[in-house]
Design a protein around this ligand. Structure first.
Ligand SMILES: Nc1ncnc2c1ncn2[C@@H]1O[C@H](COP(=O)(O)OP(=O)(O)OP(=O)(O)O)[C@@H](O)[C@H]1O
Ligand SMILES: [Mg+2]
Length: 632
C-alpha cells in the first residue's frame, strides 16, 4: 500500500491501516516509554523465558524417564540415558518433575505480573507525553481534525495500545518463548524432528498469510460497525427530553435495533472467518501428528531415535499447533496496537504552536522547546505588567487562517491607549473575531505584530520582536468574555480558579462584585458545589456571571468582549454592559458588539470592512456614517 501524502490523506480516517512498515520514530517512542525500566524489563524477560523452558522441559524429562524402561526389541533399539539423569529411579524422576514444574510456575507468574506492571506503566507514560504535546499543538490542528478523530486517538487507538502493552504483551511474549523453547527442546530430544517442525511452521505461516487480509478486514469492519449504534445511543441520551416530548421512542428503538443487528451480523461473519482459520491450522496440526507418528515409527525401527523422544515429539506437535494459532492471533492484535502507537506517535512528534514550550517535567526527550528550570515557576506567578490597564499596539497586521486561504486582516495598524474603551464594528465576516484570534496569537500571522504594553510573545520570529515575553504570560494579560460561557464539569472552585492560585476571600470577592453572593450562599456545598458539563445545572445568567467572576480573578489589563451574534437576550446584554461599565471599567477594553447602543459609551470605534480599517474615530463621528452605510 502506498504511504499517504502528508497533511492531506494522513488526516483521513483509515482505521487501523497497517502500512507494512512502521516509522522509525515509533520504535524510538517505545524505547522512550520503556527507557527508565529497561533493566527490570530485561530481567523479567529472562525470568519468563526460564519459566517457560522449565515447564516445557517436563516433556523431555518424561521422555528420558520412559527411555529408562527401554528393553531392546525388534521395534526399537535402546538409547543411553543422558548422564544428568543416570541412576535416577521413579521417585527421583517424580521429584525432579515436581521441582522443575514448581520453578516453571513461579518464574512464569513472576514474569507475567512484573512485566505487565512495568509495561502498563510504560504505555501510560507514553499517553501522558502525547497528551502534554497535543494540548500545545497549533489551533489549525484542531480546525483541521474533527473532534471525533482526536477523541478516537485517545480512546480507541490508545485502547488498542493499552490492551496489548498493558498486560497481554506478556502473554504474547510467553507464546514466543514457548515456540523458541519447543524448537530447542525438540532438537534436544532428536534433531530428526527439526525439519518437520520447521516445515509445519512454514505451512502455518502460509495459512496465516492466506487468511491475514480477510481477518484484518473483518476485524476492522467489526470495530467500525460497533460505533454507529454507540453514536446513536449517545445522540438519543442527549436528546432524551425532546424524544419523550414528541413520543418518538419507537423510532429510536427501531433504529438502534437495526444498527445493533448490523453489528451482530458482522460479529457472526468475523467469527466464521476466525473459525475457518482455526480449522485450517488444526488440520495442519493433524497432518503433522500423522507425519510424526509415521516418521517416529520408521526412525525408531532404524535405531535413530528413542521411544521417549517420540513421546516428546508428539507432545510438542500437539502443543505447537495450538501455540502457533495463538501466535498468529496475537500477531494481528499486536499489529493493531502498533498502529495505535504509530498514530499517537504522530501526535507526539508534531510541531507545537509557535511560542509554546513543554514543561521541564516532560519525560520524553523530543525536539520540542522546553522551559528553563526556574523559568516555569517564576512565570507561574508573573504578570506582564503591574498596571491595571495596558496599551495595545497593532502594526501592519496581515492575517489569514492558513497559507492557502485569502487574507482576512489586511495591514491593520493602530494603537489603543491604556484604559481606553474601543468598540469594533463591521459587517459579518469583516474580520472582527479574526482580530481577537490574532490578538491572542492563536494563529501565526505572516506580517506585522500585535503588542501589549509594547511587548509581544516569543513566537518563532524573535527578530521582529523588541521585547520578548512568554506566550502564556502574554495571553494571560488578556481576558476574553464571550457570549457563550465556557464551563466545565467539576466543582465551582475548579471553574473559577483552575490553578488554585486564589484564596477563598478573593473568590468570594469576585463573586460579590458580579452580584452572585446571594446565589453562592444558597449553595450548600459552597466552592465544592458541582458544576455539570457545560454548566448544564446553572441558568444562562449564572453561567455568564460566573465567567465574568473568573475574568475578574484573572486580573488582566486588557479585556476583550466578542458578541458573536446580534440575537443576544436582554439579560445577557445587560450583564455584558455591566461588565464594561462596572467590573472592568479601569481596564483597556475591546468590545465587539452588534447593537450600536452598546458602543455609544466607547472612547473610539474601529470600523472594519473586509479586513481593512474603514474608519477609526469617536462614536459620535463614526456611528452616523456607519449607520448610513448600512442603510444604503
Ligand atoms: N477558523 C477559520 N478558518 C478559516 N477561515 C475562517 C476561520 N474563522 C473565520 N474565517 C473566515 O474569516 C473571515 C472573517 O471571519 P470573522 O469570524 O473574523 O468575522 P466577524 O467579523 O467576526 O463576523 P461576525 O460578525 O459574523 O462574527 C470570514 O470570511 C470567515 O469565513
Ligand atoms: Mg465574529
Amino acid at each position: 500500500m502506498a504511504s499517504p501524502k502528508p497533511n492531506q490523506n494522513r488526516y483521513l480516517d483509515q482505521e487501523s491501516a497497517f502500512r507494512g512498515r512502521y516509522n522509525k520514530s515509533v520504535f524510538n517512542s517505545l524505547y522512550l516509554s520503556y527507557q527508565p525500566m529497561l533493566r527490570k524489563i530485561f530481567a523479567f524477560i529472562v525470568v519468563g523465558f526460564i519459566g517457560r523452558f522449565l515447564l516445557l522441559s517436563n516433556a523431555n524429562i518424561i521422555g528420558v524417564w520412559v527411555d529408562t524402561f527401554c528393553k531392546p526389541s525388534a521395534l526399537a533399539q535402546c538409547k543411553p540415558v543422558p548422564a544428568l539423569f543416570a541412576g535416577l529411579g521413579n521417585v527421583g524422576f517424580l521429584q525432579v518433575l515436581m521441582v522443575v514444574t514448581l520453578g516453571g510456575f513461579v518464574c512464569t507468574a513472576l514474569f507475567r505480573i512484573g512485566f505487565s506492571r512495568l509495561s502498563a506503566a510504560a504505555v501510560s507514560r507514553f499517553y501522558d507525553e502525547v497528551t502534554l504535546r497535543t494540548s500545545r499543538l497549533p489551533i489549525q490542528f484542531f480546525d483541521t481534525n474533527p473532534v471525533g478523530r482526536i477523541v478516537t486517538r485517545f480512546s480507541s487507538d490508545y485502547g488498542n495500545v493499552f490492551r496489548m502493552f498493558g498486560g497481554p504483551l506478556a502473554e504474547f511474549l510467553a507464546i514466543i518463548f514457548d515456540l523458541t523453547c519447543m524448537l530447542i527442546l525438540i532438537s534436544v530430544a532428536s534433531l530428526y524432528y527439526l525439519p518437520m517442525i520447521l516445515f509445519i511452521g512454514l505451512a502455518n505461516y502460509g495459512v496465516y498469510r492466506l487468511n491475514r487480509n480477510r481477518l484484518r478486514i473483518e476485524r476492522r469492519e467489526l470495530s467500525a460497525s460497533r460505533s454507529p449504534s454507540i453514536a446513536h445511543f449517545a445522540e438519543t441520551t442527549q436528546g432524551a427530553s425532546t424524544i419523550r416530548i414528541f413520543g418518538r421512542q419507537p423510532t429510536f428503538m427501531t433504529r438502534f435495533a437495526r444498527l445493533n443487528n448490523r453489528f451482530q451480523d458482522q460479529r457472526m461473519r468475523t467469527t466464521k472467518v476466525l473459525l475457518t482459520f482455526s480449522m485450517q491450522m488444526s488440520g495442519l496440526t493433524a497432518l503433522l501428528l500423522l507425519m510424526t507418528g509415521l516418521a517416529g515409527y520408521w526412525l525408531a525401527q532404524h535405531g535413530l531415535v528413542s521411544v521417549g523422544s517420540i513421546g516428546v515429539a508428539f507432545t510438542f506437535v500437539v502443543f505447537s499447533g495450538n501455540t502457533l494459532q495463538n501466535f498468529f492471533e496475537w500477531l494481528a492484535q499486536f499489529e493493531e496496537a502498533m498502529t495505535g502507537v504509530e498514530r499517537l506517535d504522530d501526535y507526539l512528534r508534531r510541531k507545537l504552536e509557535p511560542g509554546a514550550r513543554l514543561p521541564i517535567s516532560r519525560e520524553f526527550a523530543t525536539d520540542h522547546p522546553v522551559y528553563g528550570r526556574n523559568e516555569e515557576e517564576t512565570l507561574k506567578h508573573a504578570r506582564l505588567l503591574e498596571a491595571r490597564s495596558a496599551s495595545v499596539t497593532v502594526e501592519d497586521l496581515w492575517f489569514r487562517y492558513s497559507p492557502e486561504l485569502p487574507y482576512v486582516l489586511k495591514g491593520l495598524d493602530f494603537t489603543i491607549r491604556p484604559g481606553e474603551k474601543i468598540g469594533i464594528v463591521g459587517r459579518t465576516g469583516s474580520g472582527k473575531t479574526s482580530f481577537v484570534q490574532a490578538l491572542f496569537h492563536l494563529y501565526p500571522f505572516e506580517r506585522g505584530r500585535v503588542l501589549i504594553d509594547g511587548r509581544g510573545p516569543n513566537v518563532d520570529r524573535p527578530d521582529q520582536l523588541t521585547n520578548n515575553v512568554d506566550l502564556g504570560l502574554f495571553r494571560r494579560s488578556i481576558a476574553l468574555i464571550s457570549q457563550e460561557p465556557t464551563l466545565f464539569r467539576g466543582t465551582l472552585r475548579e471553574n473559577l480558579d483552575l490553578t488554585r492560585s486564589h484564596s477563598d476571600e478573593k473568590l468570594l470577592d469576585a463573586l460579590t462584585r458580579v452580584g452572585l453572593l446571594e446565589w453562592f450562599q444558597s449553595q450548600p456545598q459552597g466552592f465544592e458545589s458541582p458544576v455539570e458539563e457545560r454548566g448544564r445545572n446553572l441558568s444562562a445568567g449564572e453561567k455568564q456571571l460566573l465567567c465574568m467572576a473568573r475574568c475578574l480573578l484573572q486580573d488582566a489589563p486588557v479585556i476583550v468582549m466578542d458578541e458573536a451574534t446580534s440575537s443576544i437576550d436582554p439579560q445577557s446584554e445587560e450583564i455584558l454592559v455591566r461588565a464594561t461599565r462596572e467590573f472592568f471599567s479601569d481596564r483597556t477594553q475591546i468590545i465587539i458588539a452588534h447593537r450600536l447602543s452598546t458602543l455609544v459609551h466607547c472612547d473610539r470605534i474601529l470600523w472594519l470592512h473586509k479586513g481593512e480599517i474603514r474608519m477609526f474615530d469617536r462614536p459620535e463621528k463614526l456611528l452616523p456614517v456607519f449607520q448610513n452605510a448600512h442603510l444604503t
